[in-house]
Design a protein around this ligand. Structure first.
Ligand SMILES: Cc1cc2nc3c(=O)[nH]c(=O)nc-3n(C[C@H](O)[C@H](O)[C@H](O)COP(=O)(O)OP(=O)(O)OC[C@H]3O[C@@H](n4cnc5c(N)ncnc54)[C@H](O)[C@@H]3O)c2cc1C
Length: 398
C-alpha cells in the first residue's frame, strides 16, 4: 500500500531539544549518522535553561558520600567541557561563553565530621584548593570583607552560560532541528508523523528513536522516571556585591545555598539561588520562600544591604531515571525497549557522557551511519531557544 505521507528515512530520531538531545544530535552527526531532532516547544524549555550552568566535578557527590565509579565519571566532566570550549573536545563549543573558570565553596563554621570527610575525600584531592586568609584578595568580591568568618576553597568546576551553549550546538545543526506541533510520539512501527500547520505532513522513519524529552519521557510506560522539585530564587538590585559563583556549606550533604550570577537582557546582574534553599523551599509558597531567601542572605553576608533587592521565584522539576527510594542518581540513565531508547543526563554536566554512551549502544546494536538528505525539510519551521529564568516575563519581582 502506498504510504499516506511522503517518507523520510533517518538513522536516529531524537525527541526533545534540551542539552541531552542537542548534545547527542551534534555527536551523532559528527560521527556521520543521519540524525534528526524533534522539539515541540522551545529548545531548552524544560530543565536545561533553568540550570545554574555549573559543570560539576563531583563535589556534590562527595558531600553525599557517593564515592563510587559514578562519582569518578563526573570528575572527568570539567575537563571534557573545557576541551570543547577550547575547540579541542568531542564537540566545538568555542562560540559558547564561560561565565567563570571555577566555583568557590565556603564553610561558615568549623567543618562538621561530614565536611571533614569531604575535604579529605580522594575524589576531591587535586580538585579543591584552600585560599589562605592572608590571600583575601583572591576571595570572590562578595566574601572580601573584614567581617567574613570562615574558610574559602576554589573548586575545579567551571560555570557555563547555558543559552550560549545551546546556541553553539544549534548553529551547526540547524538543518537537523525541527519544530513539531504537539508532543512527538512514534507509532508501534516506529514512525513519527511530523506535523505543523501549513506544512505538508511527513512520515519520519528512524531506525532508532531516542527520547531525550526530560519529564516528557513519561509517555513511555517502560521508562520509569522520578521527578524531584526545586523552588529556585533570583535576586537583583543595586547593592548586590558583584558576581558570585559559590556553594555555601551547611551541616547537610546538600549545600545550604548555591549561588551563580547572570546578566539579564537589560544588563542587570542577577543572583540565582539554589541548593538547600531550593530543595527545602518546595514546601513554601512564593512569599515565604522570598522571606527565607532574604534571611539566608542576611545571615551569610550581613555586611550587604539587602533591603533594596528584588526577588522572584519559580518551581521546576528535575526529571531523572527512577531510583530506589527516590535518591539522587549519580550517573546518566538510559532505558531501551527494542529500537526506542529513553535517556536522562541527570546533570547538564553529564550530557557529554550520556551522548557517548548512547552512541556506543547504537553501535553495539548494529547502527550504521548513513547520509540523509534533510533538504526536503528546508522550509520546515525551526524551534527557537527558550529564555532563561531571569528574562521570563511571567515572573513577578518584589
Ligand atoms: C533549577 C535547576 C538547576 C540545575 N542546575 C544544574 C547545574 O548547575 N549543573 C548541572 O550539571 N545540572 C543542573 N541541573 C540539571 C540539568 O538542568 C538537567 O539534568 C538537564 O538540563 C536535563 O536536560 P534534558 O535535555 O534531559 O531535559 P530538558 O532540558 O527538560 O529538555 C527536554 C526537552 O524535550 C522537549 N519535549 C518533551 N516532550 C516532548 C515531545 N513529546 N516531543 C517533542 N519534544 C518534547 C521539551 O520541550 C524540552 O525542550 C539543574 C536542574 C534544575 C531544574
Amino acid at each position: 500500500m502506498k504510504p499516506l505521507h511522503p517518507v523520510l528515512n533517518v538513522d536516529v530520531a531524537i525527541i526533545g531539544g534540551g542539552i541531552a538531545g542537542l548534545w547527542l544530535l551534534a555527536r551523532l552527526r559528527q560521527h556521520g549518522y543521519g540524525a534528526l531532532l524533534i522539539e515541540n516547544q522551545r529548545l531548552g524549555a524544560g530543565q536545561t535553561l533553568c540550570a545554574q550552568g555549573i559543570i560539576h566535578g563531583g563535589a556534590k557527590y562527595s558531600l553525599g558520600g557517593q564515592l563510587g565509579a559514578s562519582a569518578t565519571a563526573i570528575a572527568g566532566m570539567p575537563e571534557a567541557w573545557r576541551r570543547c570550549l577550547r575547540g579541542e573536545g568531542d564537540l566545538d563549543l568555542r562560540a559558547a561563553r564561560l561565565l567563570a573558570d571555577h566555583q568557590y565553596l565556603w564553610a561558615t563554621r568549623a567543618p562538621t565530621s561530614r565536611l571533614a570527610a569531604f575535604f579529605a575525600s580522594k575524589l576531591m584531592r587535586g580538585r579543591m584548593e584552600k585560599i589562605a586568609e592572608a590571600d583575601i584578595d583572591d576571595y570572590p568580591p562578595a566574601l572580601r570583607h573584614p567581617h567574613f568568618r570562615g574558610a574559602v576553597y576554589r573548586l575545579d568546576e567551571p560555570i557555563v552560560d547555558v543559552t550560549s551553549v545551546l546556541a553553539a550546538l544549534v548553529e551547526r545543526h540547524r538543518e537537523a532541528i525541527i519544530l513539531h506541533q504537539g508532543p512527538a510520539m512514534p507509532t508501534a512501527e516506529g514512525t513519527v508523523t511530523l506535523r505543523y500547520a501549513g506544512q505538508r505532513t511527513w512520515a519520519i522513519r528512524p531506525v532508532y528513536t531516542v527520547f531525550a524529552a526530560g519529564a516528557g519521557n513519561a509517555v513511555l510506560p517502560w521508562a520509569t522516571l522520578q521527578l524531584r522539585p526545586l523552588h529556585m530564587v533570583m535576586a537583583r538590585g543595586p547593592t548586590l556585591p558583584g558576581p558570585l559563583y559559590a556553594h555555601c556549606l551547611g551541616a547537610s550533604d546538600v549545600p545550604r545555598l548555591t549561588v551563580t550570577s547572570h546578566h539579564d537582557a537589560g544588563g542587570r546582574l542577577v543572583w540565582y539561588l539554589g541548593g538547600g534553599l531550593a530543595e527545602e523551599g518546595v514546601q513554601r509558597d512564593r512569599y515565604d520562600q522570598i522571606q527565607v531567601a532574604r534571611r539566608e542572605l542576611k545571615a551569610l553576608l550581613p555586611w550587604v544591604d539587602w533591603s533594596p533587592a528584588e526577588f522572584a521565584t519559580f518551581t521546576v522539576q528535575r526529571a531523572e531515571a527512577h531510583q530506589l527510594q527516590g535518591i539522587r542518581p549519580a550517573e546518566p540513565g538510559i532505558f531501551r525497549n527494542e529500537r526506542v531508547l529513553a535517556a536522562w543526563p541527570t546533570k547538564l554536566a553529564l550530557a557529554p557522557l550520556l551522548a557517548e554512551r548512547i552512541e556506543e549502544m547504537l553501535r553495539t546494536l548494529g547502527a550504521r551511519p548513513r547520509r540523509v538528505n534533510l533538504r526536503v525539510l528546508a522550509d520546515w519551521p525551526r524551534p527557537e531557544i527558550a529564555v532563561p529564568p531571569w528574562d521570563r516575563e511571567d515572573l513577578e519581582w518584589s
